[in-house]
Ligand binder design. Structure first.
Ligand SMILES: [Zn+2]
Length: 113
């Protein structure tokens, strides 16, 4: 049986070294972002971001510990998930492949009147 043991043991330092972006998303169904946009808030941590976190928290911090410190910027919920993104593919390349970047980029802000 294959377990995600490598993943649960993954550390910030290891992830930064591996150079894979990490996707984070908010699981809170009552999230302000989800209410407004109809989809969960997602953000991508680039290897450069991970290097910064590794410097702040220590390269030995596991993702389980790191995730516990993450908070959704829209609702403050700590119920977030993390996932390793595709290897050797930037978000921009992924959008080119998958199309519809507007639906996949949660970074655009719309002010509600
Ligand atoms: Zn949220």
């Amino acid at each position: 049986m294959k377990t995600p043991q490598n993943w649960t043991r993954a550390t910030l330092g290891g992830a930064a070294r591996a150079g894979d972006p990490i996707i984070i998303w908010c699981n809170n169904r009552g999230c302000a972002y989800q209410t407004k946009h109809g989809s969960a808030y997602r953000a991508v941590l680039t290897p450069a971001d991970l290097a910064v976190f590794a410097e702040r928290y220590g390269t030995a911090m596991t993702f389980i510990e790191f995730r516990a410190r993450l908070r959704c910027r829209h609702c403050g919920s700590g119920d977030v998930s993390t996932m390793v993104d595709s290897r050797h593919e930037t978000p921009g390349e992924r959008w080119e492949r998958e199309g519809e970047p507007a639906q996949r980029v949660p970074v655009r802000w719309h002010k509600t009147p």
